[in-house]
Design a binder for this molecule. Structure first.
Ligand SMILES: [Zn+2]
Ligand SMILES: [Zn+2]
Ligand SMILES: [Zn+2]
Length: 443
């Protein structure tokens, strides 16, 4: 029985991956009618006896090549929801659709990069600035460029509300969930309908992405679209305009709130969105185009908290807080997570486990069911393409008909590169340590 060179030649794209998953096993093609073994692929003949498969992480800090693929898929997925394509009808482009940003409230003044007409403005010029109880003036006359290391640093770290900041991060996903519910109810009320009557005419679809601000708090960018009752294939009623949607978003964002759990020495707090939320229509031409929005979301989809200068891994009991290679502001945020994580009453927020994420434990990008196509569909399309290419190269046999049965037996054999993996990365960087679990990721 000849060995087919590589079934998972479709897995050859793991070549670019810097932390591939190593699999050991085989794939058998069996004739369903006769039971004859048509082809067998086994990893025995692969270098090191294992098959490297791409890690498929979305995080650029962990594997840039795989994050690139994820980013490209995100772009396709977001764009299809705006203009159609990938199985989404083109008519979706005519549906009311806005790009909205929901920010966190202030937890104390921080250094800011402020620009107007391409010119840098002063950070916080205050002629009669107050002095805080720690003797620090609450003003800053400097002009901070975008790469200034002071951006996001509090004017007074001792006044800054670190507790509020990490509680907000921990509760932000729930605040978003309540926002989506409130938005549907607000739309119904503004239309003079019951929620049920609205749902029979209108469906709200969205895709959102979380972004860490320099001050270490998350905010959300979201595409929100109105469809007819069956999703993108059906038109919403004529009265459901962009203005109607924009007004409802503002009302819902102002109305939504949640109470944090009370803990010993820490009374419950009411969390809301910051006052600076906006919603702008997405158009095919002009400032906020579909391609721009899709590129923007795709960019943030591959980033996480590390952009604020925190750690890209969980914090363990062995870590000395004072020795972590992080900014002082981030160290205080992590300290707040560890401190609050121990308080009875706050267990559900799991702040200690998510201290490296500054309290946020949600998904970085989420979408409603009918927003667009799915990552699974996009990956299947790519895999199909790779199979077809491989078939042409006669590397991967085409099952003649659907009576061919395919049995795969795979076992996890480790992570990283085998010394002989055909990758320049591998030869240049042998023994790359395997990273921790990719928590917070979603497919
Ligand atoms: Zn990878
Ligand atoms: Zn400043
Ligand atoms: Zn102070």
């Amino acid at each position: 029985m000849p060995t087919i060179p590589s079934p998972a030649d479709s897995a050859r794209h793991a070549v670019g991956c810097i932390q591939p998953v190593l699999l050991r096993g085989r794939v058998d093609h069996i004739d369903g009618a006769t039971g004859e073994l048509l082809h067998r692929y086994t990893t025995v003949h692969e270098p090191g006896g294992v098959l490297p498969v791409a890690c498929k992480t979305r995080r650029a800090s962990r594997c840039p090549p795989c994050a690139e693929v994820y980013s490209a898929d995100t772009y396709q997925l977001i764009r299809a929801g705006l203009t159609g394509g990938k199985g989404i009808p083109d008519i979706v482009a005519t549906h009311p659709c806005v790009f909205t940003t929901l920010t966190a409230p202030s937890f104390g003044p921080v250094h800011l990069c402020r620009e107007k007409d391409g010119r840098l403005l002063r950070c916080r010029p205050r002629r009669r600035a107050q002095t805080c109880p720690h003797g620090r003036r609450m003003s800053c006359p400097d002009r901070h460029a975008r790469d200034d290391t002071r951006l996001g640093e509090p004017l007074c770290p001792d006044c800054y509300d670190y507790t509020g900041s990490v509680l907000f991060n921990a509760c932000a996903p729930e605040l978003w969930r309540r926002f989506t519910i409130t938005l549907r109810r607000t739309l119904a009320r503004r239309a003079g309908m019951t929620n049920k009557a609205l749902a029979a005419q209108l469906r709200v679809s969205y895709a959102k992405v979380a972004e860490y601000q320099r001050r270490g708090v998350v905010h959300f960018h979201a595409i929100i679209r109105l469809d007819g009752p069956a999703g993108p294939t059906t038109a919403p009623p004529a009265w459901a305009t962009v203005d109607f949607l924009t007004a409802a978003i503002a009302q819902a964002a102002n109305a939504v709130q949640l109470q944090t759990p009370a803990a010993a020495g820490l009374p419950a707090r009411t969390l809301t969105w910051g006052s600076e939320h906006d919603a702008r229509p997405i158009t095919t031409a002009g400032e906020l185009t579909d391609t721009r929005v899709a590129a923007y979301v795709a960019k943030y989809a591959t980033k996480a908290a590390e952009c604020t200068g925190t750690l890209d891994r969980r914090i363990t009991p062995a870590d000395q807080l004072a020795e972590l290679p992080v900014r002082e502001h981030v160290r205080r945020l992590i300290a707040a997570c560890l401190r609050l994580g121990n308080l009875p009453g706050l267990e559900d927020l799991r702040l200690a486990a998510w201290a490296h994420m500054l309290g946020f434990r949600g998904h970085f990008s989420t979408k409603s069911r009918r927003y667009s196509t799915t990552f699974i569909a996009l990956r299947a399309e790519r895999a199909q393409h790779q199979r077809e290419t491989a078939t042409m190269d006669s590397l991967w046999p085409t099952p003649d008909d659907d009576t061919t049965l395919v049995f795969a037996h795979w076992r996890f054999a480790g992570r990283g590169h085998t010394p002989t993996t055909p990758s320049s990365e591998a030869s240049a960087r042998p023994g790359i340590p395997s990273p921790g679990p990719t928590e917070g990721d979603q497919p």
